[in-house]
Design a protein around this ligand. Structure first.
Ligand code: SAM
Length: 239
């Protein structure tokens, strides 16, 4: 998969390539990540990329032409059709389901805004969808793009050392993950639940499922659709 990020601060995105799972996905040839700066396509001595908004009001708006020329170059860098996503607080929420959908694309282009955002005409002409990482406003789209890169990178086949771990993560089956413990068994902060030491796989699976259901019920009841619960889950939830 290839992800191109269009940003006034492409160095920010380069950092994503340096660490952890994203770094490993790139090293393993599962992901190509590249940053592009619209300022490289801006004209004049000042290489302007923004201007004041028509109608007045505070802030600046990103100009159409540098972004358009930049996107043209980005598209030309790879023959595969690109899905262009504008990172925006007004976009559809990024969920695990959405991340899986994005991770299945061959090519993503993430467009990062700054200031008051991007001229609406550019968005209408060039952007396939808008995506938000939450109901709050960041100063720029770079952090949001980094979130998308991370979540999509770890979903590439072979990016995680144990593919099972992604399947067990929160949201994958609609519930939050269960709690995890490691050595030592006994500690001043508490003991590891006995069932996890029992070696009884059926009991361990049952306990974990109960924990998932209980946690989701208490922390994120909005995720639980009672009508969709299996009879077995319903029993565990009532237990
Ligand atoms: N005036 C815009 C609005 O209220 O919708 C916010 C502009 S914000 C200061 C600058 C840029 O940050 C946006 O163009 C967008 O790219 C990015 N951004 C801010 N919040 C975001 C969020 N929650 N999710 C994704 N991108 C966000």
């Amino acid at each position: 998969m290839r992800i191109d990020v269009v940003s006034l601060f492409p160095e920010f995105i380069a950092q994503c390539a340096a660490f952890g799972v994203t770094g490993r996905a790139i090293e393993r040839g599962l992901l190509t990540l590249e940053g592009w700066n619209p300022r490289d396509h801006a004209e004049g001595n000042y290489r302007r990329v923004d201007d004041r908004p028509f109608g007045g009001g505070p802030g600046m708006v990103m100009l159409i032409d540098p972004l358009r020329a930049c996107l043209r170059e980005v598209r030309a860098a790879d023959p595969r059709p690109a899905r262009v996503v504008y990172m925006s607080p007004q976009g559809a929420p990024l969920t695990q389901r959405k991340a899986r959908e994005l991770a299945a694309s061959d090519r993503l282009v993430l467009l990062c805004g700054r200031y008051e955002g991007v001229d609406e005409r550019l968005l209408r002409a060039e952007v396939d969808e808008e995506l938000s990482i939450g109901d709050y406003v960041l100063s720029g789209g770079e952090l949001a793009a980094a979130v998308v890169v991370d979540t999509v990178a770890r979903l590439q086949d072979g990016a995680l050392n144990d593919a099972e771990s992604a399947v067990q993560d929160s949201f994958e089956d609609g519930l939050l993950d269960c709690p995890h413990y490691t050595r030592p068994v006994a500690h001043a902060l508490g003991d590891v639940p006995g069932v996890l030491l029992s070696g009884n796989h059926a009991e361990i699976a049952r306990w974990r499922r109960m924990q998932q259901l209980g946690r989701t019920w208490s922390r994120r009841p909005d995720l639980i659709d009672e009508r969709a619960l299996s009879p077995a889950d319903r029993k565990l939830l009532d237990a």
